[in-house]
Design a protein around this ligand. Sequence first.
Ligand SMILES: Nc1ncnc2c1ncn2[C@@H]1O[C@H](COP(=O)(O)OP(=O)(O)OP(=O)(O)O)[C@@H](O)[C@H]1O
Length: 199
Amino acid sequence: MQFCAVCNTNRAQVIRPKNGQKLCSQCFLDAFEAEVHTTILENGIFSNRGERIAVGASGGKDSTVLAAVLKTLNERYNYGVEFVLLSIDEGIHGYRDDSLETVKRNAVQYSMELCILGYDMLYGWTMDQVVEKVGRKGNCTYCGVFRRQALDRGARRLGISHILTGHNADDIAETILMNCKTMICPDIDAKDASMVAQH
Ligand SMILES: Nc1ncnc2c1ncn2[C@@H]1O[C@H](COP(=O)(O)OP(=O)(O)OP(=O)(O)O)[C@@H](O)[C@H]1O
């Protein structure tokens, strides 16, 4: 059995990809929260007390962790800001419906206001209808562009000028690989790029 590199008492349960450190779950949570807090302070992310800030909430693990850690730190360090969950329903049957249920539960659990906006409300088309019209090829590109704009429009409707998203290091690596692919490796597709990013 390997012991946690920080407390040296509990069993190590996580290997941190960024530094190879083996930590128990409590020490991992402590380190993660401390790093997020430091990033918030160093970058002056919450400089306007009383400001309402949107959290892009997809119902997936990254944005759920984001909402949870923001609630914890806002209470612990009294940033004095208010978070509003903003969810975009692309209108993809059998895909977003389930995750929106998670967002609704999160809103209750974290006591955050929730705003759900659909592509149908914003653009007059659901993604299912777009696919029916243009086919499957390239539909992720349409969807990604619509989603970014939908988050902007949603925030404007709420009178909010800042949006936080749960993009992580893998997402950034994937974006870089996808942007490079035409130059260095034209055959790589999004799934391959994502797998490379994770390694
Ligand atoms: N439908 C959505 N509504 C609101 N925000 C979204 C939506 N989809 C994505 N986002 C925001 O963009 C971030 C990155 O989205 P991406 O599609 O890469 O999902 P992901 O990396 O799987 O994250 P998650 O686990 O939160 O779904 C999410 O963490 C979230 O903050």
